[in-house]
Design a protein around this ligand. Structure first.
Ligand SMILES: O=C1O[C@H](COP(=O)(O)O)[C@@H](O)[C@H](O)[C@H]1O
Length: 229
């Protein structure tokens, strides 16, 4: 069962999550000399990343990467890399090392091998995998109904190229194996619609129906969830 942090307000949830992330990263640096975090994109992480950016940490010892990426140029409005660069990697936090998922390949399938090599070179397990969730129950870019979902749930690879059935852009996503190769999974759930999907996912059922169950219905990695109205 995940540890739930409940808030009436999304801004308070984001501030609390940012403080918890900074604590875990600081502990990782103290213990191992390096800290690693994989970040989700979309709308939800923005206030967390903005708050985290101002926190005191030896950012030069932090490696930041992505849980998933849309296969668009890094300056595209939908780029998760752009989100991270504009929010987190500012000021002192700009000293962190960022490992992108997107590379120069023409599409995500052609770029997967290079992305996989970059991920294989990271220090595993990652300290934090920060997940979001869509109202269809997708997490990272593991989408229900995607033709690559079964592979994403079972592959030994750390990354997989995906075409979402109903969302724009080809994606690169961490596989289920990579998500679970972490010390902490943090999940953001904002709003009543996502809370209802989260409750359904927790109640149990096929992971193919609600892929967020990859994180929620397992006992190997500790999961904390920040829930706001
Ligand atoms: O496409 C994506 O969607 C999910 C959820 O995004 P949000 O905008 O509803 O917060 C996100 O976790 C994922 O990283 C992103 O690429």
């Amino acid at each position: 069962m995940p540890t739930e942090h409940l808030f009436v307000d999304g801004a308070l949830a984001a501030a609390d999550m940012a403080r918890r992330i900074a604590t875990v990263l600081g502990d990782a640096i103290a213990a191992r000399g390096v800290a690693t975090i994989a970040l989700s994109g979309g709308r939800s992480p923005r206030p967390v990343l903005e708050a985290l950016s101002g926190m005191a940490l030896d950012w030069s010892k932090v490696i930041v990467t992505l849980v998933d990426e849309r296969w668009v140029a890094p300056d595209h409005a939908d780029s998760n890399e752009r989100l991270v660069r504009e929010t987190l990697l500012q000021g002192k936090a700009g000293a962190a090392r960022f490992v992108p998922m997107k590379n120069e390949a023409a599409d995500a399938y052609a770029g997967q091998a290079e992305c996989e090599a970059a991920f294989a070179a990271l220090p595993w397990p990652l300290d934090i995998v920060l997940l979001g969730m869509g109202e269809d129950g997708h997490t990272a870019s593991l989408f229900p109904g995607a033709k690559e979902l079964a592979e994403g749930l079972s592959t030994h690879a750390l990354t997989i190229a995906v075409t979402p059935p109903a969302a724009p852009h080809q994606r690169m996503s961490m596989s289920a194996r990579a998500i679970l190769a972490s010390r902490h999974i943090f999940l953001q759930i904002g709003g009543a619609a996502k809370k209802a999907v989260y409750d359904r996912a927790l109640a149990g059922g096929p992971v193919e129906e609600l892929p967020v169950r990859v994180a929620l219905c397992q006992h190997a990695v500790s999961v904390e969830v920040w829930i706001s109205e």
